[in-house]
Each structure stands twice: as structure tokens, then as C-alpha cells.
Design a protein around this ligand. Structure first.
Ligand SMILES: [Zn+2]
Length: 78
């Protein structure tokens, strides 16, 4: 397995969608290759972060202010 192949399979690997043989060669590659080990670690961090963010409740008022900010930013200059 190459670094490129590993990158393309990270998501499927974490979702356990890959056959065992592919998972093993991916894990084997990650064990030998610091770059891909980093990639797997960052991917895990990202997944954890988005899981935490999904639990955060944004107050209505803040959400409205945020909408206003986006609308203002998107408005074409006059
Ligand atoms: Zn690699």
C-alpha cells in the first residue's frame, strides 16, 4: 500500500468498511510510515472534535446574530 492509497482509504478504514486484508495492510503501512500515522491521528482528532461540536447548543440569539453576520458579509458592496 502506498501513502496515496492509505489517504484515500482513511475514512473507510475508520468506518470499518474495509475488508480485513485491506485494514491489515493499511495498519502495517501506518506502522512503518510516520506521515500516515500522523494522518490517522489527525483524522481521529477531527472526528472527535466534530462529535463534540454536534453536542453544543447554540443559543437562538447567538444563532440569529451569526446569520446576520453572514448575510452582511455576503451582501454585495453598494
Ligand atoms: Zn505512508
Amino acid at each position: 500500500m502506498t501513502c496515496k492509497e492509505l489517504t484515500e482509504r482513511v475514512m473507510a478504514f475508520r468506518d470499518r468498511e474495509l475488508p480485513l486484508s485491506t485494514r491489515l495492510s493499511l495498519q502495517f503501512h501506518a506502522a512503518m510510515c510516520p506521515c500516515c500515522r500522523n494522518l490517522l491521528t489527525s483524522y481521529d482528532t477531527l472526528v472527535e472534535m466534530s462529535a463534540e461540536l454536534a453536542d453544543v447548543q447554540v443559543p437562538d440569539e447567538l444563532a440569529r446574530e451569526f446569520d446576520d453576520m453572514i448575510l452582511t458579509a455576503m451582501r454585495p458592496p453598494t
